[in-house]
Design a protein around this ligand. Sequence first.
Ligand SMILES: NC(=O)c1ccc[n+]([C@@H]2O[C@H](COP(=O)([O-])OP(=O)(O)OC[C@H]3O[C@@H](n4cnc5c(N)ncnc54)[C@H](OP(=O)(O)O)[C@@H]3O)[C@@H](O)[C@H]2O)c1
Length: 250
Amino acid sequence: MMYTTEFTGRVAVVTGGSEGIGYDFCRALCQVGCEVYFCSRSSEKGGLAAKSLGRSAHYFQADLAAPDQIKAFAAHVLESARHVDYLVNNAANDDRIKFDDLTVEECDRMWNLNLRSFLLMSRACLELLRSGQGKSIVNISTTNYMFGFDPFTIYNATKSGILGFTRSLARELGPEGMRVNMISPGWIMTEKQLRKYVSEEDKQALLRDQCVKHLIEAKHVSPVMLFLLSSAASAISGQNLVVDGGKYFQ
Ligand SMILES: NC(=O)c1ccc[n+]([C@@H]2O[C@H](COP(=O)([O-])OP(=O)(O)OC[C@H]3O[C@@H](n4cnc5c(N)ncnc54)[C@H](OP(=O)(O)O)[C@@H]3O)[C@@H](O)[C@H]2O)c1
């Protein structure tokens, strides 16, 4: 294992950890010795995830689209752990919505989770992060907005906002030793993506376009998240790391 002691006993908070990439983040953080606090809306799925992750995983039911539930999640972490070393803002909604179908309700639904919750969760955890030693935030975006794929206009409007948020927060909190970075995954072969969207043709196209000739899974993103949280990345802040097998060149 790459990290033998650095993460041991440290407190990590992950939004949306019951499945997909967030679940693998929780798995990786537990594996290196963190106490991991994660949330999701479905307590059934969250409970099952916590059970399979083991005793250092702590589940809290919260809908991050609701500001009072974000505060409740942070208050729960304060009560249980007293501080936070690492925050991973991960939960998002990747609904495909034609621009013709744009409504105020759809905008709010997407923005409330995909961008506003990243800001509010970071704010709610700020004092806890100040009390911790890790002092590192990682925000999860996507390469989708870099390509401008269709029909992801609303999704990409929210996900590209994470870039400005990451850079400005890194600048603002840098003087107190806090680092803020962003990961932009390419198309990740999660159970949900495979079930709902990914065709055989899509897989062949990815393998054609990527430098690396294997499909990218959540387990390929988690080591990058750990690296950015770790002291090995102490000179890296305000950056966007693309994890897509070498499809998009920044
Ligand atoms: N998968 C990909 O190909 C891909 C590619 C690029 C970037 N990303 C980004 O990676 C991140 C994770 O994506 P994913 O594909 O792993 O997602 P996912 O499989 O849909 O999982 C989302 C997680 O977030 C939780 N969640 C959703 N809405 C929530 C809410 N309102 N409040 C609290 N929790 C909520 C879900 O649980 P509940 O539904 O029970 O709430 C679940 O645990 C996202 O930021 C996404 O934009 C994904």
